[in-house]
Design a binder for this molecule. Structure first.
Ligand code: ATR
Length: 287
């Protein structure tokens, strides 16, 4: 059999960015998104060649901007606030977990159609179980918040087999509605802030309170001995909630690991490769 040209002897081809597979994160604001850095690290580590940029879109303009991106050959997008429901409506096909979440954070060009997926819940669960080492089967979980961020993680949390999942929200009616929607999926109850109960093994802050500069104040009794407090926000935004949780004796984690894990799920959907995440989480924390 004739040997082909040795790879090392081939002339180097410099790809023009326009010919590379293009990805974006769409949001508003989007300037501080760490997704471009995360996906650049994944691409380097897996040997994939792609471009990943930020795309700032005005409220009300999501569908037009997304249509233009995919019509120009874009391969995929991450979608962040406030467009996850717009992305759900935009997708021509949806994964089961996106349908369950009622929101889409990942779009992928597939056979001429745009597929919508939601990797947030899987990202949270992977951070909790693989990175933080929590065993949540049979546990008591308190999920605080009933907006889009909370909705996206209820199904994946119930799939872990907790003994009880309480959804507590400042506006009780929204917690009632969310719990009702997931009742067939497992032992889920709703609560207001006055009656959320006590002794939870895991307390997840899925409210947007910290981003409004109004740190969430929970009674210390919500934490069981050895409990973990988790804020889906990361960095400075999560600090006040996590400091209070630590003062109440809980172990505390922000959502940086979730951010990297949901990105890894998106990368896997797009490129068929699952990047290693621990080194990326450590690098982002150090930065
Ligand atoms: P997201 O998509 O980020 O979840 P959202 O749908 O606007 O955004 O929901 C925000 C969530 O944070 C809600 O659960 C909201 O509670 P209400 O339904 O009562 O508004 C919660 N939230 C926002 N600010 C809060 C605060 N200061 N204290 C407690 N909960 C707060």
């Amino acid at each position: 059999m004739a040997a082909g040209p040795a790879a090392g002897l081939r002339p180097a081809i410099r790809l023009h960015p326009a010919t590379m597979d293009r990805y974006v994160v769409i949001g508003n604001p989007v300037a501080h998104s760490r997704s471009p850095e995360i996906h650049a690290r994944f691409a380097r580590a897996t040997g994939e060649t792609l471009v990943y940029e930020r795309l700032l879109v005005e409220p009300g303009d999501f569908a037009r901007a997304a249509r233009e991106f995919f019509a120009a050959g874009g391969r995929g997008a991450n979608v962040t606030l406030p467009f996850k429901v717009d992305a759900f409506d935009f997708a021509q096909e949806r994964t089961q977990r996106a349908a369950q979440a009622g929101a889409v954070n990942t779009l992928a060009a597939r056979d001429g159609l745009v597929l919508g997926d939601n990797t947030d819940g899987a990202g949270l669960v992977r951070d909790l179980t693989a990175n933080l080492g929590l065993a949540l089967a049979g546990s008591r979980i308190l999920l605080v918040g009933a907006g889009g961020a909370a909705r996206g993680v209820v199904g994946p949390l119930l799939a872990l087999g907790p003994a009880l999942l309480v959804i507590a929200n400042r506006t009780r009616a929204r917690a009632d509605e969310l719990a009702r929607a997931f009742e067939p999926g497992g032992p889920v109850r709703s609560a207001g802030f006055a009656d959320m109960g006590r002794g939870f093994d895991l307390v997840v802050n899925a409210t947007s309170s910290s981003t409004h500069g109004e740190p969430l104040e929970l009674p210390a009794e919500v934490f069981a001995p050895g409990a973990t407090a988790y804020d889906m926000a990361y960095g400075a935004a999560a600090r006040a909630f996590l400091d209070r949780a630590r003062a109440a004796g809980a172990r505390a984690s922000d959502g940086l690991g979730m951010l990297v894990e949901q990105a890894a799920e998106s990368f896997h959907l797009w490129r068929g490769k699952r990047p290693e995440t621990a080194g990326v989480i450590a690098a982002l924390r150090a930065a």
